[in-house]
Write a protein that binds this ligand. Structure first.
Ligand code: SF4
Ligand code: SF4
Ligand code: FES
Length: 226
């Protein structure tokens, strides 16, 4: 093998790629073109969930392809989308949110507390903790504990109880922000300004501009000084 190259197995096929590349860059170096399974490339969007194993180790590991560098002889595959139930709900019609949680996600009862979800999570989140907090009625804690979830789906791929914890987390944060958290004063003030027409003139002027004029205006906008 040429110096500086490491062997990896992509969906069962062996390749040699430069050491130090991320899984995503290694796949592109091999010749894969991402039209799915790649978004931000910065560890934020969760599009590049990947599962891999190392030789002699039965543990199935999860990673983000854009953030994880290749390990010699790892064999992996990307799972760009993981199917999951996503119930529809109206946040204004929920009298008892904890009860609603069980109604919408009855599989919560199948959580056995095994912790496999947490082991798979690239964000080190423990879904059991935020689900438990929500069921106790501590929506703030539940929202905080799930805040870093990037919806990659790796927890769902591993869950013994067949939960899709990220959809539960999404409901928790939506409910917390809409029904529990005090509304920030600046948002209330800005909404009032908008409704009172403070920005109508400026918006109407923008709408009348040509594309070239808009671009020029954008390029010459005031930048916030850091
Ligand atoms: S909680 Fe699940 S979906 Fe969210 S980041 Fe962790 S593994 Fe991904
Ligand atoms: S993997 Fe599933 S069953 Fe196990 S603790 Fe996490 S949510 Fe519960
Ligand atoms: S591409 Fe967005 S997290 Fe990897």
């Amino acid at each position: 093998m040429a110096e500086g190259l490491v062997p990896i197995y992509v969906m069962g096929r062996r390749y040699e790629v430069p050491d130090g590349l991320t899984i995503m860059s290694a796949m592109e170096w091999i010749g894969y073109k991402f039209i799915r399974g790649c978004g931000c490339r910065g560890g934020f969007c969760g599009a590049c969930a990947t599962v891999y194993r190392l030789p002699g180790d039965y543990h199935l590991k999860g990673a983000l392809a854009c953030q994880t560098t290749v390990i010699p002889n790892m064999y992996f595959t990307e799972i760009p989308y993981f199917p999951a139930q996503k119930p529809l709900y109206n946040l204004d019609e929920l009298d008892n949110p904890a009860e609603a949680l069980f109604k919408m996600f009855p599989e919560i009862k199948k959580c056995v507390g095994c912790g496999e979800c947490a082991k798979a999570c690239p964000q080190k989140i423990r879904p059991i903790d935020y689900i438990a907090a929500a069921l106790r009625g501590d929506w703030k804690l539940a929202a905080d504990l799930s805040f870093d979830c990037i919806m990659c789906g790796l927890c769902a791929a591993r869950c013994t109880g067949q939960l899709a914890p990220y959809n539960i987390a999404l409901f928790i944060r939506r409910f917390y922000c809409k029904n529990v958290r005090p509304k920030p004063q600046q948002i209330i003030d800005r909404n009032k300004e908008i409704l009172n027409g403070k920005y109508d003139k400026a918006v109407n002027e923008l709408v009348r501009l040509s594309e070239a004029e808009l671009k020029k205006k954008y390029d010459n906008r005031d930048f916030e000084k850091l």
